[in-house]
Design a binder for this molecule. Structure first.
Ligand SMILES: Cc1cc2nc3c(=O)[nH]c(=O)nc-3n(C[C@H](O)[C@H](O)[C@H](O)COP(=O)(O)OP(=O)(O)OC[C@H]3O[C@@H](n4cnc5c(N)ncnc54)[C@H](O)[C@@H]3O)c2cc1C
Length: 481
């Protein structure tokens, strides 16, 4: 998030000075590391939580449309970055991988058919297919089809336009560009405090973790892009807008294999239906990953509970986040989220064999011994005050001070895929008097900025062609599994 915002600001105001403080020894070692997230370029092509079924059987696609349009901005920003040399070879960070929704049983197949009908005529989802022919499914998903009963009902929604994204690589490349254009990057520097001065600027207290020395930095604008650490820092800033917010950490694990034969038998990101009580981001999926040019498979996530707000955080993170102003929100969520709590406890108690069982539902012929269990990043779900209680949210939200001098990002989903839209939102909220002057440059970087692509299908088609070509997502030269 910070790398994206920094790149946008550098392009809009090349003379502004930018300093980044990161507590770890290098960039993208928390949630944006490729093995700490699933690398799905979320554009709602396959994630069933974005297309819930209404009571009358019809499918609500409004959230899917929003997420898809947000991802179009990311594609354009990255394509522009490649064309300007800000980002290098596209294959180092984005690769074409079909996005697939997968269900079993007649009821769920009917839902997938209704989902396909609700999306197929929408230009954002052009080309989406409904597939229930077993031979065709076996041709497209050989690894998932091997070892299944012939009479089992299966169905897919299939989109060729999906991507796998290495968000760690994007982050490192954007930060490399920023550094070469004068930004100051400080690693092993932890932000300890934020205090607003009488002239509205901020004093940021930073501790050098190697020497123990503390320094104070003066800033006109602060972006708290601290991932799971953002809630604590925004609380420390004392801005009234953070009052009532809390955080609920959900940890994650994945099964991963680098076995080349297995990876060859599966080239798709296949999302299933979430188990009862599961939070939306815990939908099981079997994914092709392309990291450092190597293909592998990843299955999960298996959710769990840890009181840490960062993977490299502290056991006291959750307790320290409870304040008098968010106590009732947190208690309210605790009392009202029994199905989630039961789900997380069950997940936590799962043995390795039980985890592998989940994988076998996707690919029955697989040998679990080919997979290793890896620990992913922490997600801190946002708790927002709701009257005398609180609501647990699964999206991301920006919190900013009314004077526009500080903003931060809470939550984790759809996350890195929509970083560009989230950071444009920060610019619009915090710099309302400059946004009109910045508009031409923003449109240059993201030609659909400010346009509803559903209303301008010619522009959508043009931008798709351009970003596909620039990011090498079509044609003969993309990476084949
Ligand atoms: C299991 C899992 C799966 C996911 N899957 C996907 C996916 O498929 N697609 C997708 O788009 N998104 C996914 N996400 C979400 C995505 O990973 C995050 O939204 C995104 O990486 C967040 O970026 P960020 O810059 O906000 O946070 P981070 O990448 O976590 O960066 C925040 C940085 O701030 C640093 N920091 C924290 N506190 C301080 C401090 N006090 N001082 C200095 N530095 C500090 C941290 O060390 C860290 O490096 C997933 C997340 C998880 C956990």
């Amino acid at each position: 998030m910070s790398a994206t915002l920094g790149t946008l600001v550098k392009s809009l105001e090349p003379d502004w000075s930018i300093s980044l403080f990161e507590r770890l020894g290098g960039p993208a070692r928390e949630s944006s590391d490729p093995w700490n997230n699933a690398g799905t370029g979320h554009s709602a092509l396959c994630e069933l939580n974005y297309t819930p079924q209404r009571a009358d059987g019809s499918v609500d696609v409004s959230k899917a449309i929003t997420v898809n349009q947000q991802f179009q901005l990311s594609r354009q920003f990255w394509a522009h970055g490649v064309s300007q040399g800000v980002l290098g070879d596209p294959a180092t960070f984005i690769n074409p991988v079909p996005h697939v929704s997968f269900v079993r049983g007649a009821d769920d197949a009917a839902y997938l058919k209704a989902r396909h009908e609700a999306l197929v005529d929408n230009p954002l989802f052009a080309g989406i297919e409904y597939v229930d022919d077993r031979d065709e499914i076996a041709r497209r998903l050989p690894l998932m089809s091997a070892g299944r009963d012939d009479d089992e009902t299966m169905a897919l929604n299939w989109s060729d336009g999906g991507t796998d994204v290495d968000f760690g690589s994007v982050t490192r490349q954007l930060l490399g560009h920023l550094e070469s254009h004068g930004a100051e990057l400080n690693y092993e520097h932890e932000v300890r405090n934020l205090k607003q001065n009488s002239d509205s600027t901020w004093t940021v207290t930073v501790k050098d973790l190697r020497t123990g020395q503390k320094t104070r930095v003066n800033a006109r604008f602060v972006f708290v892009g601290a991932g799971g650490g953002a809630l604590h820092l925004l609380q420390k800033s004392g801005i009234p807008e953070i009052r009532g917010f809390g955080g609920f950490p959900v940890s994650g694990q994945f099964l991963r294999t680098t076995n080349a034969d297995l990876a060859k038998g599966h080239h798709a990101k296949v999302y299933g239906k979430p188990p009862v009580g599961a939070p939306p981001m815990s939908v099981p999926h079997l994914d092709t990953r392309v990291v450092d040019g190597q293909h592998s498979l990843m299955f999960g996530p298996y959710a769990g509970f840890s009181p840490r707000f960062l993977k490299e955080g502290h056991l006291t993170d959750l307790v320290r986040s409870v304040k008098p102003n968010n106590l009732f929100s947190m208690l309210g969520v605790g009392l009202n989220s029994m199905p989630l709590t039961v789900y997380l406890v069950k997940e936590l108690l799962k043995s390795r064999e039980q985890r592998v069982e989940g994988l076998l539902e996707f690919a029955p012929s697989i040998d679990g011994d080919d997979f290793e269990l890896i620990t992913a990043g922490q997600r801190v779900q946002t708790i927002r005050r709701n009257g005398m209680s609180g609501t647990l949210e699964f999206g991301t939200c920006t919190v900013s001070h009314r004077d526009g001098t500080i903003a931060g990002l809470l939550g984790a989903s759809p996350g890195a895929s929509t970083a560009v839209a989230a950071m444009v939102d920060v610019l619009e909220t915090c710099f309302p008097d400059r946004i009109a002057a910045w508009r031409p440059r923003l449109v240059d970087m993201m030609p659909s900025y400010g346009t509803d692509l559903m209303q301008d299908t010619t522009l959508l088609a043009d931008l798709r062609r351009w970003s596909d070509k620039t990011l090498r997502l079509v044609g003969d030269d993309h990476i084949e599994a």
